[in-house]
Design a protein around this ligand. Structure first.
Ligand SMILES: Nc1ncnc2c1ncn2[C@@H]1O[C@H](COP(=O)(O)OP(=O)(O)OP(=O)(O)O)[C@@H](O)[C@H]1O
Ligand SMILES: [Mg+2]
Length: 412
């Protein structure tokens, strides 16, 4: 047994020498879910998403998950599972670690190992790639949430409207899509220019022209959550600020029908009525729309507090742009004013394609003529097309009849 002890001791010392030597050859990096002080590590979800795409193809053990309201199945690298990835012909090793802790949440982290000699060459470029790839996957797969009134609850947001289904002038549509894409990719620009990474859109136009549908399309395009802010339910400017602080990054904050939810047209009157305290006035104020003032709202979108997050899109909608205070419209406040108007022939063609699966039809030329000046909203056109979606000719004949009678009514 003495011989065994000697042999064992010898092997042990050599093994530990070997492992120290191997460790020196490799560099290890750890990506924890939370940094010290419970600060969320932005890199962690990127790595998680990045690895989820590799796991489906390469991991020998992965966990599978599917939420009840989606058909997608998500892969995750299983606990303690390791995975090798090739980047520019060089191998790196990932591992997923979970440390169980008593009375606390589990501690989760990923380790990344590579040959020490590759470290200089690879690390920066590789991590940038992982971050960009992870972010892209997160956006594609993320369950978008719709938050209502006080932002305390949310439901998964699965609105079917996309830029492909929106009937809009193609040039206008392209402008909006380009603007959104530029915004999403604009992190460097906003930093360089010293501006908060946010964008404001004012959607205006008659009812049924697609303002709400466009908000859904923007959410589907960006993958951002939607906070549907009901101003009449917010009691004062302070509460409004609190709400802003709850919203997460990558979100769309929507105030629909802004002219109806606030008396924004007359700032002077508003401040007078706020400074009076008689019971009658308070009663009147309750009947009024909201106690949030225009300056409170402007602070919400523009003030110091608006920079407490990033990648935010503010969208206001109105049917009556003329009723809005010029302060809300001035340059730089809402970055883009988007008019959604009556159905044009090119918008109609998109609806015909989506609703009737028709790209060309003998009646199209007549529809084009009648549509001019008929002031028919896309909502009204869609209604008719839905009713007769089984029979394209009947749908177009009914649409023509409706267009003609609308024109006749306007003329008479
Ligand atoms: N531009 C459009 N493209 C495709 N469908 C549209 C468009 N505009 C309206 N619709 C159809 O009409 C319905 C109503 O449109 P939507 O709610 O988006 O209008 P809105 O402009 O928000 O109206 P409101 O001012 O009354 O809120 C939508 O569900 C959609 O089916
Ligand atoms: Mg609407």
């Amino acid at each position: 047994s003495e011989i065994w002890d000697v042999c064992f001791g010898f092997a042990k010392s050599h093994l530990s020498f070997l492992s120290t030597y191997l460790n020196k050859l490799h560099s290890s990096f750890y990506i924890y879910e939370y940094d010290e002080g419970f600060v969320r590590n932005d890199l962690y979800p990127c790595v998680k998403w990045h690895l989820s795409s590799l796991s489906s193809a390469h991991a020998s053990a992965a966990t599978l998950f599917s939420a009840s309201d989606t058909s997608k199945i998500r892969f995750r690298l299983a606990e303690d599972e390791a995975l090798m990835e090739m980047f520019d012909g060089v191998a790196v090793w990932w591992q997923h670690h979970v440390k169980r802790r008593q009375d606390e949440d589990d501690e989760r982290y990923f380790s990344l190992r590579m040959r020490a000699s590759h470290r200089q060459l690879l690390l920066g470029r590789f991590l940038n790639y992982v971050r960009a790839h992870g972010k892209e996957l997160e956006l594609q797969n993320r369950e978008k949430q719709l938050y209502t009134s006080d932002f305390s609850r949310s439901i998964p947001f699965h609105h079917p409207a996309t830029f492909d289904t929106l009937a809009l002038d193609p040039v206008q549509k392209q402008e909006i899509v380009d603007d959104l894409r530029e915004f999403m990719e604009g992190e460097e620009f906003y930093k360089r220019a010293g501006r908060t990474w946010k964008r404001g859109y004012l959607l205006y136009g008659p009812p049924g022209t697609g303002k709400s549908s466009m908000i859904a399309a923007i959410s589907n395009f960006t993958g951002y959550d939607v906070y549907d802010l009901e101003l009449t339910a917010v009691s004062n400017n302070n509460d409004l600020r609190q709400l802003l602080m709850i919203t997460t990054n990558k979100s769309i904050i929507v105030i629909e029908d802004i002219d109806c939810s606030l008396d924004l047209s007359d700032r002077a009157n508003k401040s007078v009525s706020q400074s009076t305290n008689s019971k009658e006035d308070i009663g009147k104020k309750e009947l009024e729309t909201s106690h949030v003032t225009l300056s409170g709202l402007l602070n919400f979108t523009d003030g110091l507090w608006s920079c407490c997050g990033s990648e935010r899109i503010f969208i206001f909608t109105t049917n009556h742009i003329g009723k809005l205070d010029p302060a809300l419209l001035r340059a730089g406040r809402m970055d883009m004013h988007i008019l959604l108007s009556y159905c044009t022939f090119s918008a109609f063609k998109l609806l015909a394609k989506n609703y009737l699966e028709v790209l060309e039809h003998d009646l199209f030329a007549e529809v084009e003529r009648e549509m001019e000046g008929a002031n028919f909203t896309p909502a009204a056109v869609s209604e008719i097309l839905i009713q007769h979606r089984k029979n394209a000719t009947a749908a177009l004949e009914n649409l023509l009849a409706a267009l003609k009678s609308a024109k006749f009514n306007t003329c008479s």
